[in-house]
Design a protein around this ligand. Sequence first.
Ligand code: LLP
Length: 384
Amino acid sequence: MFTGKDIERFANIETPFYYYDLTLLQQTLSACASAAAMYNYHVHYALKANFNPVVLNAIKEKGFGADCVSIGEVQRAVELGFRAGKIVFAGVGKSDREINQALDADIFCFNVESVQELGIINDLAASRGKKARVAIRINPNVDAHTHHNITTGLDENKFGVNSWDLPACVQALKDAENLEFVGIHFHIGSQITSLEVFRNLCTRVNEFAAWFEDKGFVVRVLNVGGGLGIDYHNPDAQIPDFSSYFQVFNEFLEVKSYQEVHFELGRALVGQCASLLSRVLYVKNGKKKNFVVLDAGMTELMRPALYQAYHQIENLSKAGKAAALRYDVVGPICESTDCFAKELELPETARGDLFAIRSAGAYGEVLASGYNLRERAPALYSES
Ligand code: LLP
């Protein structure tokens, strides 16, 4: 929710820019940290959701670990002071260079996504005279009931080791002298809004943990991934219900005294704390449609173009005025998918009006692209 003071502050600032509400970020982090502490759960923040240094610093200060998917993310986490022992490295395609550099950084563990990768990490660790800690990312074939482009835990997805490959995985682990098995890892998708899905995940995690222990392994870490969704339709609700989320795991996950439960949350921690601010360049009133053309486009917020994602859009210059017309709200990029909303009811809109596209903190700034040779939009932070 933007106050009159915020809008005054934005008056002379060039658009587009990302605006971060750092107070809300702190509140969200505290809510998550205290809910997780109830059960001694460990939360690694998924850097891919947002690696803005100011945001990352706040997350590190709160004691979260880091979940990374490239050596670039590992290095960013290390530079910003995340402890190596709290960094995990996932990803279906880690290159040899990335694996070597992560071994040198002595991160907590690699989340390994194929039998072949296990062999490669073992060889690379051997040639460095090291032991690599590994967790096996298992594809549990659990439907996340989210957009198909952000579903990752079904048999047809590229991620993780499928159940039929687990015997080969066990053999590879037994043969590998330079690997230390620490546990099992799952991530079934993103923007999951039904807690039932996590309950189903728990059932599968219990089965796979028992299977590994039956084969003689000690499963010290149960990493259940991330995926908790946020309410894009109600950005002022702001803080996701972490308590209910962790409660599901507390109730349905079987955890032994020597086991740790790890989470990898991205969107839920940062999604609501940012908006994309943009001004209206042109209004085109047509016979069939009216268009509001913004100075921000899919280059600053790709989610609507990629996943037809909904983001609440507000005309801050006309706050409090009744909706008068329907507009397609589009950006300046030369792509028809560069559209933030279709047939959106808004107050009568004019050139120069300031718009806020809400809930842009996760997979917003990080997904920015230089297409059309656009300049990167800067970030602005709340003053508190
Ligand atoms: N762990 C792994 C292995 C992941 O692949 C992801 C996200 C996460 C954790 C964090 O998931 P979260 O808690 O943020 O849902 N760009 C898409 C989302 C892609 C998610 C990719 N993986 C979007 O804008 O909706």
